[in-house]
Design a protein around this ligand. Structure first.
Ligand code: BJW
Length: 250
Protein backbone atom coordinates (compact mmCIF):
# COMPACT_ATOMS: atom_id res chain seq x y z
CA UNK A 1 0.00 0.00 0.00
CA UNK A 2 1.44 3.41 -0.91
CA UNK A 3 0.96 6.24 1.54
CA UNK A 4 -0.67 9.44 0.28
CA UNK A 5 1.82 12.17 -0.52
CA UNK A 6 1.70 15.25 1.67
CA UNK A 7 0.01 17.42 -0.96
CA UNK A 8 -2.73 14.78 -1.39
CA UNK A 9 -3.15 14.53 2.39
CA UNK A 10 -3.47 18.30 2.63
CA UNK A 11 -6.04 18.45 -0.15
CA UNK A 12 -8.18 15.98 1.82
CA UNK A 13 -7.68 17.89 5.08
CA UNK A 14 -10.26 20.25 6.50
CA UNK A 15 -7.80 21.99 8.77
CA UNK A 16 -4.05 22.52 8.50
CA UNK A 17 -1.63 24.17 10.93
CA UNK A 18 1.91 25.23 10.06
CA UNK A 19 4.23 25.96 13.00
CA UNK A 20 7.43 27.80 12.12
CA UNK A 21 10.63 28.82 13.88
CA UNK A 22 13.77 30.74 13.05
CA UNK A 23 14.98 28.08 10.58
CA UNK A 24 12.32 29.15 8.07
CA UNK A 25 14.10 32.52 7.76
CA UNK A 26 17.64 31.09 7.71
CA UNK A 27 17.73 31.04 3.90
CA UNK A 28 16.83 34.74 3.96
CA UNK A 29 20.08 35.18 5.92
CA UNK A 30 18.34 35.99 9.16
CA UNK A 31 20.30 34.42 12.04
CA UNK A 32 18.63 31.64 14.06
CA UNK A 33 18.99 31.49 17.85
CA UNK A 34 20.65 28.16 18.57
CA UNK A 35 22.48 27.22 15.34
CA UNK A 36 26.26 27.43 14.85
CA UNK A 37 26.00 31.16 14.03
CA UNK A 38 22.93 31.60 16.22
CA UNK A 39 22.18 34.72 18.24
CA UNK A 40 22.46 32.82 21.53
CA UNK A 41 26.00 31.72 20.59
CA UNK A 42 27.10 35.37 20.56
CA UNK A 43 24.83 36.88 23.20
CA UNK A 44 23.38 35.74 26.49
CA UNK A 45 19.57 35.58 26.40
CA UNK A 46 19.55 36.75 30.03
CA UNK A 47 21.26 40.01 28.98
CA UNK A 48 18.95 40.84 26.09
CA UNK A 49 15.68 38.91 26.08
CA UNK A 50 14.26 39.15 29.60
CA UNK A 51 12.23 41.90 31.29
CA UNK A 52 14.99 42.11 33.90
CA UNK A 53 17.60 42.86 31.21
CA UNK A 54 15.40 45.64 29.82
CA UNK A 55 14.88 47.04 33.34
CA UNK A 56 18.65 47.09 33.91
CA UNK A 57 19.74 48.57 30.59
CA UNK A 58 17.00 49.51 28.10
CA UNK A 59 19.49 51.20 25.78
CA UNK A 60 21.63 48.05 25.44
CA UNK A 61 18.55 45.92 24.73
CA UNK A 62 17.28 48.44 22.19
CA UNK A 63 20.68 48.59 20.46
CA UNK A 64 20.41 44.86 19.84
CA UNK A 65 16.83 45.07 18.58
CA UNK A 66 17.63 48.09 16.39
CA UNK A 67 20.54 46.13 14.86
CA UNK A 68 18.24 43.18 14.13
CA UNK A 69 15.56 45.47 12.63
CA UNK A 70 18.17 47.05 10.35
CA UNK A 71 19.43 43.64 9.25
CA UNK A 72 15.97 42.19 8.59
CA UNK A 73 14.85 45.30 6.70
CA UNK A 74 17.43 44.34 4.05
CA UNK A 75 16.26 40.69 3.85
CA UNK A 76 13.56 39.18 1.64
CA UNK A 77 11.13 36.27 2.16
CA UNK A 78 12.47 33.01 0.71
CA UNK A 79 10.89 30.03 -1.07
CA UNK A 80 9.75 28.52 2.26
CA UNK A 81 7.82 31.66 3.29
CA UNK A 82 6.31 31.81 -0.19
CA UNK A 83 5.27 28.13 -0.18
CA UNK A 84 3.54 28.59 3.20
CA UNK A 85 1.73 31.71 1.97
CA UNK A 86 0.54 29.83 -1.13
CA UNK A 87 -0.59 26.82 0.94
CA UNK A 88 -2.96 29.06 2.92
CA UNK A 89 -4.98 29.75 -0.23
CA UNK A 90 -5.78 26.03 -0.79
CA UNK A 91 -6.98 25.00 2.69
CA UNK A 92 -10.45 25.81 4.13
CA UNK A 93 -9.21 26.12 7.72
CA UNK A 94 -5.61 27.20 7.95
CA UNK A 95 -3.46 28.77 10.65
CA UNK A 96 0.19 29.71 10.47
CA UNK A 97 1.58 29.72 14.00
CA UNK A 98 4.94 31.41 14.03
CA UNK A 99 7.49 31.98 16.75
CA UNK A 100 9.29 34.42 14.48
CA UNK A 101 9.27 38.15 15.07
CA UNK A 102 10.87 39.15 11.75
CA UNK A 103 7.68 39.84 9.75
CA UNK A 104 8.86 37.85 6.72
CA UNK A 105 5.77 35.61 6.64
CA UNK A 106 3.52 38.65 6.34
CA UNK A 107 5.76 40.12 3.65
CA UNK A 108 5.44 36.82 1.73
CA UNK A 109 1.63 37.14 1.83
CA UNK A 110 0.59 35.03 4.84
CA UNK A 111 -2.54 36.43 6.50
CA UNK A 112 -4.11 33.78 8.75
CA UNK A 113 -1.41 33.94 11.41
CA UNK A 114 -0.84 33.71 15.15
CA UNK A 115 2.42 35.45 16.12
CA UNK A 116 3.28 33.71 19.38
CA UNK A 117 6.36 35.77 20.26
CA UNK A 118 5.22 39.16 18.95
CA UNK A 119 6.84 41.30 16.29
CA UNK A 120 10.03 43.35 15.95
CA UNK A 121 7.95 45.85 14.00
CA UNK A 122 5.67 46.82 16.87
CA UNK A 123 6.47 48.76 20.04
CA UNK A 124 4.63 48.88 23.36
CA UNK A 125 4.39 51.80 25.76
CA UNK A 126 5.54 50.83 29.23
CA UNK A 127 3.04 53.20 30.85
CA UNK A 128 -0.07 52.92 28.69
CA UNK A 129 0.56 49.38 27.31
CA UNK A 130 -0.58 50.63 23.88
CA UNK A 131 0.91 48.77 20.93
CA UNK A 132 1.79 50.56 17.70
CA UNK A 133 3.47 49.64 14.45
CA UNK A 134 6.95 51.12 14.14
CA UNK A 135 8.92 50.58 10.93
CA UNK A 136 11.63 53.24 11.46
CA UNK A 137 15.06 51.90 10.51
CA UNK A 138 17.27 52.86 12.24
CA UNK A 139 15.34 54.23 15.20
CA UNK A 140 16.12 57.94 15.59
CA UNK A 141 16.89 57.65 19.33
CA UNK A 142 17.46 54.80 21.75
CA UNK A 143 15.51 53.91 23.75
CA UNK A 144 12.52 55.28 21.83
CA UNK A 145 9.80 57.06 23.80
CA UNK A 146 6.02 57.21 23.53
CA UNK A 147 4.23 60.56 22.99
CA UNK A 148 3.19 60.27 26.67
CA UNK A 149 6.88 60.42 27.65
CA UNK A 150 7.26 56.81 28.84
CA UNK A 151 9.83 54.46 27.27
CA UNK A 152 8.74 52.05 24.56
CA UNK A 153 9.77 48.40 24.48
CA UNK A 154 9.80 45.95 21.56
CA UNK A 155 6.44 44.13 21.39
CA UNK A 156 8.10 40.72 21.64
CA UNK A 157 7.84 37.95 24.24
CA UNK A 158 10.88 37.59 26.46
CA UNK A 159 11.76 34.62 28.66
CA UNK A 160 9.51 34.44 31.69
CA UNK A 161 6.75 36.46 30.03
CA UNK A 162 3.33 35.16 29.11
CA UNK A 163 2.53 34.76 25.41
CA UNK A 164 -0.25 36.96 23.97
CA UNK A 165 -3.47 35.34 25.20
CA UNK A 166 -5.34 35.47 21.88
CA UNK A 167 -2.42 34.07 19.88
CA UNK A 168 -1.72 31.10 22.16
CA UNK A 169 -5.45 30.31 22.54
CA UNK A 170 -5.92 30.40 18.75
CA UNK A 171 -2.83 28.22 18.23
CA UNK A 172 -3.88 25.71 20.89
CA UNK A 173 -7.44 25.41 19.52
CA UNK A 174 -6.10 24.96 15.98
CA UNK A 175 -3.59 22.32 17.15
CA UNK A 176 -6.40 20.39 18.84
CA UNK A 177 -8.57 20.32 15.73
CA UNK A 178 -6.20 20.15 12.75
CA UNK A 179 -5.81 17.13 10.49
CA UNK A 180 -2.24 17.96 9.40
CA UNK A 181 0.45 19.89 11.25
CA UNK A 182 3.59 20.94 9.41
CA UNK A 183 6.45 21.99 11.71
CA UNK A 184 9.24 23.90 10.00
CA UNK A 185 12.62 25.11 11.25
CA UNK A 186 12.20 25.08 15.01
CA UNK A 187 14.46 23.46 17.59
CA UNK A 188 11.25 22.71 19.55
CA UNK A 189 12.95 23.68 22.80
CA UNK A 190 11.02 26.77 23.83
CA UNK A 191 7.74 26.35 25.66
CA UNK A 192 4.83 26.60 25.27
CA UNK A 193 5.26 26.65 21.45
CA UNK A 194 7.20 23.35 21.55
CA UNK A 195 4.14 21.58 22.99
CA UNK A 196 1.86 22.41 20.07
CA UNK A 197 2.95 19.46 17.86
CA UNK A 198 2.39 17.11 20.84
CA UNK A 199 -1.09 18.59 21.28
CA UNK A 200 -1.80 18.09 17.58
CA UNK A 201 -0.51 14.52 17.67
CA UNK A 202 -2.53 13.68 20.79
CA UNK A 203 -5.66 14.88 18.97
CA UNK A 204 -5.00 12.81 15.85
CA UNK A 205 -3.12 15.21 13.58
CA UNK A 206 -0.62 13.88 11.05
CA UNK A 207 2.61 15.65 12.06
CA UNK A 208 5.28 16.43 9.46
CA UNK A 209 8.61 17.98 10.44
CA UNK A 210 11.06 19.83 8.18
CA UNK A 211 14.44 20.62 9.73
CA UNK A 212 18.16 20.35 9.11
CA UNK A 213 18.49 17.99 12.06
CA UNK A 214 16.55 15.89 14.57
CA UNK A 215 14.73 17.68 17.38
CA UNK A 216 12.79 16.55 20.47
CA UNK A 217 9.75 16.48 18.17
CA UNK A 218 11.24 13.99 15.71
CA UNK A 219 10.25 10.94 17.76
CA UNK A 220 6.54 11.80 17.57
CA UNK A 221 6.51 13.10 13.98
CA UNK A 222 4.84 10.90 11.35
CA UNK A 223 7.36 12.12 8.76
CA UNK A 224 10.62 14.04 9.12
CA UNK A 225 12.31 15.60 6.12
CA UNK A 226 15.90 16.67 6.66
CA UNK A 227 17.17 19.63 4.67
CA UNK A 228 16.59 23.27 3.92
CA UNK A 229 12.98 24.41 4.21
CA UNK A 230 13.27 26.53 1.07
CA UNK A 231 14.16 23.43 -0.92
CA UNK A 232 12.01 20.81 0.83
CA UNK A 233 8.70 22.67 1.15
CA UNK A 234 8.22 23.41 -2.58
CA UNK A 235 9.07 19.77 -3.32
CA UNK A 236 6.77 18.34 -0.62
CA UNK A 237 3.84 20.61 -1.38
CA UNK A 238 4.02 20.38 -5.16
CA UNK A 239 1.45 22.64 -6.81
CA UNK A 240 0.19 23.74 -3.36
CA UNK A 241 3.42 25.73 -3.01
CA UNK A 242 2.49 27.82 -6.06
CA UNK A 243 0.23 30.84 -5.69
CA UNK A 244 -3.31 29.85 -6.68
CA UNK A 245 -4.39 31.41 -9.96
CA UNK A 246 -8.03 32.54 -10.03
CA UNK A 247 -10.34 30.13 -11.90
CA UNK A 248 -11.17 31.78 -15.23
CA UNK A 249 -14.85 32.63 -15.57
CA UNK A 250 -16.67 30.80 -18.41
C1 BJW B 1 16.45 24.97 9.59
C2 BJW B 1 17.13 25.73 8.63
C3 BJW B 1 16.64 25.64 7.31
C4 BJW B 1 18.09 26.08 10.49
N1 BJW B 1 15.58 24.86 7.03
N2 BJW B 1 15.41 24.20 9.28
C5 BJW B 1 8.51 24.27 30.50
C6 BJW B 1 9.68 23.56 30.61
C7 BJW B 1 10.91 24.23 30.59
C8 BJW B 1 10.97 25.63 30.48
C9 BJW B 1 9.80 26.32 30.38
C10 BJW B 1 8.60 25.66 30.38
N3 BJW B 1 7.61 26.58 30.25
C11 BJW B 1 8.17 27.80 30.16
C12 BJW B 1 9.50 27.67 30.24
C13 BJW B 1 10.47 28.78 30.19
C14 BJW B 1 10.81 29.27 28.81
C15 BJW B 1 11.42 28.13 28.02
O1 BJW B 1 10.79 27.48 27.21
N4 BJW B 1 12.71 27.89 28.24
C16 BJW B 1 13.42 26.82 27.53
C17 BJW B 1 14.48 27.44 26.58
C18 BJW B 1 14.01 25.90 28.53
N5 BJW B 1 9.64 29.81 28.14
C19 BJW B 1 9.23 31.05 28.38
O2 BJW B 1 9.79 31.77 29.20
C20 BJW B 1 8.01 31.54 27.63
N6 BJW B 1 7.08 32.09 28.56
C21 BJW B 1 6.33 31.32 29.35
O3 BJW B 1 6.28 30.13 29.26
O4 BJW B 1 5.63 32.05 30.25
C22 BJW B 1 4.86 31.39 31.24
C23 BJW B 1 4.07 32.46 31.96
C24 BJW B 1 2.71 32.30 32.12
C25 BJW B 1 1.98 33.29 32.78
C26 BJW B 1 2.62 34.43 33.27
C27 BJW B 1 3.98 34.60 33.08
C28 BJW B 1 4.71 33.61 32.43
C29 BJW B 1 8.39 32.67 26.69
C30 BJW B 1 9.32 32.23 25.62
C31 BJW B 1 9.76 33.46 24.82
C32 BJW B 1 10.82 33.11 23.79
N7 BJW B 1 11.37 34.31 23.25
C33 BJW B 1 12.34 34.24 22.18
C34 BJW B 1 12.82 35.67 21.86
C35 BJW B 1 11.70 36.43 21.12
C36 BJW B 1 12.08 37.86 20.86
C37 BJW B 1 13.30 38.01 19.98
O5 BJW B 1 13.37 37.45 18.88
O6 BJW B 1 14.20 38.70 20.42
O7 BJW B 1 11.76 33.62 21.03
S1 BJW B 1 13.74 33.16 22.57
C38 BJW B 1 13.88 32.51 20.92
O8 BJW B 1 13.57 31.09 20.93
C39 BJW B 1 12.78 33.20 20.11
C40 BJW B 1 12.29 32.06 19.26
O9 BJW B 1 10.99 32.33 18.78
C41 BJW B 1 12.36 30.87 20.20
C42 BJW B 1 12.38 29.55 19.52
O10 BJW B 1 13.51 29.38 18.73
P1 BJW B 1 13.39 28.65 17.31
O11 BJW B 1 12.52 29.43 16.43
O12 BJW B 1 13.05 27.24 17.51
O13 BJW B 1 14.88 28.85 16.74
P2 BJW B 1 16.19 27.97 17.03
O14 BJW B 1 17.35 28.78 16.65
O15 BJW B 1 16.19 27.40 18.41
O16 BJW B 1 16.05 26.73 16.05
C43 BJW B 1 16.15 26.88 14.64
C44 BJW B 1 15.89 25.52 14.02
O17 BJW B 1 15.86 25.68 12.61
C45 BJW B 1 16.97 24.48 14.31
O18 BJW B 1 16.34 23.26 14.70
C46 BJW B 1 17.71 24.32 12.97
O19 BJW B 1 18.18 22.98 12.77
C47 BJW B 1 16.63 24.67 12.00
N8 BJW B 1 17.08 25.21 10.72
N9 BJW B 1 18.15 26.42 9.18
C48 BJW B 1 15.01 24.17 7.98
N10 BJW B 1 17.24 26.35 6.24
Amino acid sequence: MTLPTLDARILQAKSVVVLTGAGVSAESNVPTFRGADGLWRRHRAEDLATPEAFGRDPRLVWEWYDWRRQLIATRRPNAAHEAIAALETYVPEFLLVTQNVDGLHRRAGSRRMAELHGSLWRVRCLAEETVTENLAVPLPSLPPHCACGAPLRPDVVWFGEALPTDAIRQAWDAAESCDVMLVVGTSALVQPAASLPMVGKAHGAYVVEVNLEATPLTRIADETHYGKAGEILPRLLGTLAQPRTPTPSP
